[in-house]
Every structure is written in structure tokens, then in C-alpha cells.
Write a protein that binds this ligand. Structure first.
Ligand code: GLN
Length: 477
């Protein structure tokens, strides 16, 4: 099998024994990118010489978890000396001056930082169509979206252009693209991974996580990036477990929320997810019905809280501190002209919505109420987890849609995250794993866990993956 098609675990074995070198692996990936990225547009930035230089430096025979493994990163994470545009014109020309904590950890473990991947501008979107640098295409069907906002990070793993990648998930941006491109996507518990060096979208929801080809690789990536960091006051000082994925599901109680199978959802998606849950039952899990009664408010709550936080976080892009500047008559005029020219329509929509929700007179009616309902959503999960060890749901209600299909209707686009958003509002962890196909398009099973209980969802995901072949199916490019 070609080197680019292997997993972290498979490649580490070959690198450790000296069967292949880090340079060969990196070159194989660069060749693959050269061959297929013209079709996918997963990468925004690549520096082949730098990637090969990193490969020369690394001791691939060491015991480090990622020694010699080429990894792609979403364009929202700072890597010293690389551009970081968040797929926005407002950050054109900006070069990072430091490494995000997750990048420091990847480097410590010997990873090769391969390049930067496409995304929805400032991580706002579900399709990567909001990128200022062109849409990324789904490797399974080039007419379709790869999900979003981390669409480039998903497409590059699904299309074998990286062995693994990092994305960020504020309302579903790792799990939803993973589901529609047929890879594994993990959103860790809020506070598990340092957000230092992640450009903030909604600080109380954002979390960094991996895209991989297998559950075992997701566990490896989590071991590398998890852990406390003084520079992120929301990162939690708990020890990082080994994330052992063995153990199976026998005796585990898996909750099936009745609110997560909705009228109008794609019939083949529903059938695939229900079959996956039956499969987990036959592996020895006990399937119990649960209820998450405030689910119907999650999308509304999310779009108040996320936009409110975004409106504050994005105030820093003013043409003075970072990136592009359009000079005006005076400083206020410069702010206006820079932001007017630099932000795309979706980002502007959210800044306006968030500013409105926070404004005097509306704060109590919108933002404060949204915060209260957020608490109810979190309590729904707490109650549910008294009855079960993990929750199983579809990741999305439908497979990848056609490029352009939803771009004219923001509300339709917002509904793409209906099954992923509650987990961010509650601060829990979640993973999406391939569980079949709707026609030729991948479908994802979502497994949600208690806060800081990644081990259980990884274990369930692993048991399922080992009993099926879905994760071995590759798109033909
Ligand atoms: N699709 C959601 C949004 O547009 C979630 C994005 C994300 O998780 N970054 O906000």
C-alpha cells in the first residue's frame, strides 16, 4: 500500500524499524498533494522544503508518538513563521510569531507540520464555502462540500493528503466534516486541550481536536495534544490518561436520545446509524432510551452565544494590529474600511447579530436567556449520564450536500449542526466515526461522553470500528 494511505500506527511501526524514513513518508505525501489537491483544494499553504527539512531533522526511530508523521493544521492555529489567515482576507499577509500550544506538543512528539488547511472564514460555517480562498471539495464526490468549518482538515485526511490533521470544533466543526468525508473526528472536553494560539471564534465553546483514519490514531493524537497549559486559564489541570481504547462495550450502557432522530432526516443516514447502534448492542452494550429535552433550543442558543462571543473576539481585527489595512481619512474610518473590505458576508452577519444580542436593552432578552437555557442543556446531559455511560446519535441529519445548495439560506446552513452543537454548549466530549454510506456518501455515528471521559467514547468507537470495515473504504481520486 502507498505510504500516504497508511495510518499513524502503521507508519510509526515502519519508521521505528527503519523500513522507511521520515523523508520518504513526507515526500510521498507531498507527491500525493501535488497529484490530487488541484481537485480538492484542501490546502491553503504548503512549504515542501520546510516539510522535508523537518523530516531530515527528526529521529524517526525514537519512541516519540508522532516521530516522522506528516500532519496538516487548520488555518486557525498559529505556527511560528507560517501565515495564519483563518481563510479571511483581513489576515492576508499576517505571519505568526509563535506556536500554539498544540503545535508545540506536536513538534515535541516529532510530528512534521505539513501545511495549512482551508476552512470557513474564522470557523463560521458548515461547508467551507465561506473561505475567502475558494471552496474545498469532498473527496467522495467533487460536486459536494466536505463539511465545515474544518473542511480542509477533513478532506486532506479523507483524500490521503495527510496522515492526520488538527481542526477546531465550536459547534460541530470537527465531527460534522469528519462524518461527511468518512474519517474519525474527535472533539475533546472543553478545557482538555489548550486553546493558546488558536484564533478565537467563541471562547466558551472552541476546542481543538484531531481528524484521523482510525480511532486508535485519534487516541494517539489526543495523548499528544491534551493537558494543562498555564497560558489558557480554561485548560484544566487534570492528568492526561493513556486513552487506552481496548475493553469493548460489554456492560456499557449507551443512551439513545429520542430527540436525535428527527422528521425530515435522510432515510439512508438514519438506517445506517440505527444499524450501527444495533451492532453495538450485539457487541454487548445495553441500549437505553434517554431524553435530552432542551435539544430543540440548542441551535438558537448557540447562535446567540457564539455570535456574541465572536463579536467581541473579532474586534481585534481592525487594520492596526494584524494583517491587511485599508487606509481611511482617520483611525475610525480606517477601522471601518478595513473591516468592510476584510470580512466576508457571513462573518459580518455574525458580528452584527452578536453585537445586537449584547447591546443595552437586548442583553437580558437574548444573551442572558440564552445562557440560562445553556445551563438547562448542560443539566439535560448530567441527568442523561446518570442512566448511561455514553450517548449514541447520528452526527448529521444528511450526507454531504451539493456545493451552493445551502449558501443562499443561512438558516438552512445553521441546521447542519443540530446534532453536534449541544455537546459544545454542555462542554462534553464527542467523536464521529464512519458507520456506512448513503448512496456513495459517508455517514457518521456520533458518540458523546461525559466531561473528561474521552476514554469511554474512544472505547465505544474502537469496538464499533473493529467490528466493521467502513473505515477501510477510500474514495477514488
Ligand atoms: N457550523 C457552526 C457554525 O457555523 C459550527 C462552526 C464551528 O464549530 N466552528 O458556527
Amino acid at each position: 500500500m502507498s505510504l500516504f494511505a497508511l495510518t499513524i500506527a502503521e507508519l510509526r511501526e515502519k519508521l521505528r524499524t527503519g523500513e522507511v524514513s521520515a523523508r520518504e513518508v513526507t515526500q510521498a505525501l507531498l507527491n500525493r498533494i501535488q497529484a490530487v489537491d488541484g481537485k480538492l483544494n484542501a490546502y491553503l499553504w504548503l512549504n515542501p522544503d520546510d516539510a522535508l527539512a523537518q523530516a531530515e531533522r527528526v529521529d524517526a526511530k525514537s519512541d516519540k508518538l508522532l516521530a516522522g508523521i506528516p500532519i496538516a493544521v487548520k488555518d486557525v492555529l498559529n505556527v511560528d513563521g507560517q501565515p495564519c489567515t483563518c481563510a479571511s482576507k483581513i489576515l492576508k499577509g499576517y505571519t505568526s510569531v509563535y506556536d500554539a500550544q498544540v503545535i508545540t506538543r506536536l513538534k515535541q512528539e516529532g510530528a512534521i507540520i505539513l501545511g495549512r488547511t482551508n476552512m470557513d472564514e474564522f470557523a463560521m460555517g458548515s461547508s467551507t464555502e465561506n473561505s475567502s480562498w475558494g471552496v474545498t471539495r469532498n473527496p467522495w464526490d467533487l460536486e459536494r462540500i466536505p463539511g465545515g468549518s474544518s473542511g480542509g482538515s477533513a478532506a486532506c485526511v479523507a483524500g490521503d493528503e495527510a496522515i492526520a490533521s488538527l481542526g477546531s470544533d465550536t459547534g460541530g466543526s470537527i465531527r460534522q466534516p469528519a462524518a461527511v468525508t468518512g474519517c474519525v473526528g474527535l472533539k475533546p472536553t472543553y478545557g482538555r486541550v489548550s486553546r493558546y494560539g488558536l484564533v478565537a471564534f467563541a471562547s466558551s465553546l472552541d476546542q481543538i481536536g484531531p481528524f484521523t483514519k482510525t480511532v486508535a490514531d485519534a487516541a494517539t493524537m489526543l495523548r499528544v495534544i491534551a493537558g494543562h497549559d498555564d497560558r489558557d486559564s480554561t485548560s484544566v489541570p487534570r492528568p492526561v490518561p493513556q486513552y487506552s481504547i481496548a475493553g469493548g462495550v460489554k456492560g456499557l450502557r449507551l443512551g439513545l436520545p429520542k430527540e436525535y432522530f428527527i422528521p425530515g432526516m435522510d432515510r439512508e443516514v438514519e438506517a445506517a446509524v440505527r444499524a450501527a447502534i444495533r451492532q453495538l448492542g450485539s457487541l454487548g452494550a445495553e441500549i437505553v432510551e434517554i431524553s435530552l429535552p432542551h435539544t430543540e433550543y440548542a441551535v438558537a442558543v448557540y447562535y446567540l452565544i457564539a455570535t456574541a462571543e465572536a463579536s467581541a473576539n473579532l474586534a481585534r481585527f481592525d487594520g492596526v494590529r494584524y494583517g491587511a489595512r485599508v487606509r481611511g481619512e482617520d483611525v475610525i474610518d480606517t477601522y471601518g474600511k478595513t473591516r468592510g473590505a476584510g470580512f466576508g458576508p457571513e462573518v459580518k452577519r455574525r458580528i452584527i447579530l452578536g453585537t445586537y444580542a449584547l447591546s443595552a436593552g437586548y442583553y437580558d432578552a437574548y444573551y442572558l436567556r440564552a445562557q440560562k437555557v445553556r445551563t438547562l442543556i448542560r443539566q439535560d446531559f448530567e441527568k442523561a449520564f446518570q442512566k448511561c455511560d455514553a450517548i449514541v446519535t447520528p452526527t448529521t441529519a444528511e450526507p454531504a450536500f451539493k456545493i451552493g445548495e445551502k449558501s443562499a439560506d443561512p438558516l438552512k446552513m445553521y441546521l447542519c449542526d443540530i446534532f453536534t452543537i449541544s455537546c459544545n454548549l454542555a462542554g462534553n466530549c464527542g467523536i464521529s466515526v464512519p458507520c456506512g454510506f448513503a448512496g456513495k456518501l459517508p455517514v457518521g455515528l456520533q458518540i458523546l461522553g461525559k466531561a473528561f471521559d474521552e476514554e469511554t467514547i474512544l472505547r465505544v468507537a474502537q469496538a464499533y470500528e473493529q467490528s466493521t470495515d467502513w473505515h477501510k473504504q477510500r474514495p477514488v481520486l
